[in-house]
Design a protein around this ligand. Sequence first.
Ligand code: PGA
Length: 300
Amino acid sequence: MNFTFRQLQVFQAVVQHLSYTRAAEALYLSQPAVSMQIKQLEENLGVALFEQQGKRIHLTEPGKEFDYYARRITQLVDEVDDVVKDLRGLGHGRLSVSVATTAGSFTTRLLADFAHRYPQVQISLDVTNRETLYRQLENNECDVVIMGRPPATLDLHAEPFMDNPLVMVAPADHPLAGEKAIALARFASEKFVVREAGSGTRRAIEQHFADHEVPFNTVMEMTTNEAIKQAVAAGLGLAIVSRHTLELELRARVLQQLDVAGLPISRQWYMTYMRGKRLSPIAEAFREFVLHNAARFVAP
Ligand code: PGA
């Protein structure tokens, strides 16, 4: 069986008006065009759908059967149309966000607020390392990525939206805790607990020490900021971490922020996606939300 949706629409107009002429007017077609569509439809189906009685036309028995299915098909098509419109809108759909490890702390708070605004949207968050973020961007595996300075090797749309100050932390009872503007050189023989190679934070710290020609000694690598903070509190060494990860420890006085000359190291957070990617409406709403509200979700 082979007929077009257009033929179905013409058929329904003729059923509604029981006149080729009036159906043609309703469809802005000529009367012969309507007759031609019905003739082709009848040929395709192999049955007559209408019969002429005097000046009037009527549905044949096969025509009545076909009419029943034509209505059901049209209803389904209307339903598809509604669903697709809904999907295009903001009410439903999915949002997939990937963020650098360090951005995980404020992004979770930020997403909690965003999720309250769009309760029907399914949101997923991947907190991961930079290499995975690059792969996800390249393979279009998520809607947007939040990371530190993005790599020049990817053709990205990248918007900076918030400062990311890196500060030095020590255990609460550290002897340098009360001092002001401590020279970086004083840390030349200290040991630091650091993130894994490839971490944006790690790279920024190494660069800072190199720029000031101060040796940078590490005692242990860890893949999360949580582990680093625990290690510092336990006396394993010092660390430089994003202030955005420290709120609770500073308030609970588990850690101290040291006043080091030239710190904080200033980095920025970027909202990124591949250039040319078309964001879904909900991803676009999230992007706007982050650009204008992110500062509310970190300690001042
Ligand atoms: P990181 O990323 O968690 O990989 O260190 C943060 C940043 O790039 O500043």
